[in-house]
Design a protein around this ligand. Structure first.
Ligand code: ATP
Length: 297
């Protein structure tokens, strides 16, 4: 079984500052660096490290940033399907204050132009039993078209509804597994209680609803309304939780592709994400292929 991850890839430029600048002020950063980012990129790398066969479908600009992103992805993935556009590649500027607070500004021209079903061979490549994974970075219509094509071909669909654009949400009824974190669950349903939020998301048509609960693990409702059931996360000393949600989703998809049940794949994802939070960084904190193999054995 094959995993198809469809989503964004970008250059993340991270600046560390003592404090945020005031409007109109220029500050020097204490350190700065470029890294590979994008939820699609992160999840495809995590899925590939589980040992599953993974194709990552993404959109890059025909610029130096696009070439740089491609070279980074080529180190991690054996099958990269990057559509190229005469647009600037997606990029984010992430400013992190000494307190840990951050703000992020993103340029998303390629993600907005990307229509995988119209522009790539994705619909022909998704086979019966495959897993299709989407996140919220592409336009809702493009996400829906991918999910619909997967369902038509008999593939299973995982939708990580993150980030959310309340004005243009994908069709949750096309998701066999819907994954959201607590703030997304609350924003989407208005419910502060996560079991009630999961119920409300299931009522929107999602087959199995997974709400990630940070250090508390996750809550799963379904399939067929079974549950809700809480699955605990391993207790660890968390250092940096950024990217943990992407490790979780990539490993969930990889686990499903390797034939695990939804519950077994979630337990695997919890174990892998718990390793990721003990390390600094986003993609670089993702467990290695050998660490993933040790979790599966
Ligand atoms: P991200 O930090 O990537 O934005 P998120 O906000 O999308 O994450 P969370 O619910 O915070 O989602 O975390 C996702 C998963 O990562 C959790 O379900 C859990 O498995 C793992 N995780 C996060 N924080 C911790 C922690 N302190 N200890 C163990 N596991 C954790």
């Amino acid at each position: 079984m094959h995993v198809h991850v469809v989503g964004n890839a970008c250059v993340d430029t991270m600046f560390r500052v003592g404090r945020f600048p005031a409007a109109g002020e220029t500050l020097n950063a204490s350190s700065y660096a470029d890294g590979l980012g994008g939820k699609g990129a992160n999840q495809s790398v995590a899925a590939a490290r589980t040992g599953a066969a993974v194709t990552f479908w993404t959109a890059l600009g025909k610029d130096r940033a696009g070439a740089w992103i491609r070279s980074r992805l080529d180190r991690e993935l054996s099958d990269l399907e990057a559509s190229e556009f005469d647009l600037p590649s997606d990029r984010s500027t992430i400013v992190i204050e000494a307190s840990g607070e951050n703000f992020i500004v993103s340029g998303v021209a390629c993600s907005e132009a990307f229509d995988p079903i119209a522009q790539t061979a994705l619909a022909r490549r998704i086979a019966f039993g495959d897993i299709l994974v989407c996140q919220g970075n592409l336009r809702a219509a493009a996400i829906n078209a991918c999910l619909r094509a997967a369902r038509q071909n008999g593939a299973r669909t995982v939708l990580n509804a993150s980030p959310i654009d309340a004005a243009a949400l994908p069709d949750f009824g096309l998701a066999q597994v819907l994954v959201v974190n607590q703030s997304e669950a609350k924003a989407l349903t208005g419910q502060g209680d996560m079991a009630a939020a999961a119920d409300a998301l299931a009522a929107k048509g999602a087959g199995t609803v997974v709400v990630t609960l940070g250090a508390e693990g996750c809550l799963v409702l379904g399939p067929d309304q079974a549950g809700p059931r809480r699955l605990p996360a391993p207790r660890v000393e968390a250092l940096d939780t950024s990217g943990a949600g992407d490790v979780f989703c990539g490993c969930l998809a990889g686990g499903l592709a390797k034939g695990m049940s939804v519950i077994s794949a979630l337990k695997f994802a919890l174990a892998a994400a718990a390793i990721a939070v003990t390390r600094p960084g986003t993609l670089i904190s993702c467990p290695s292929a050998s660490e993933m193999a040790a979790l599966i054995d």
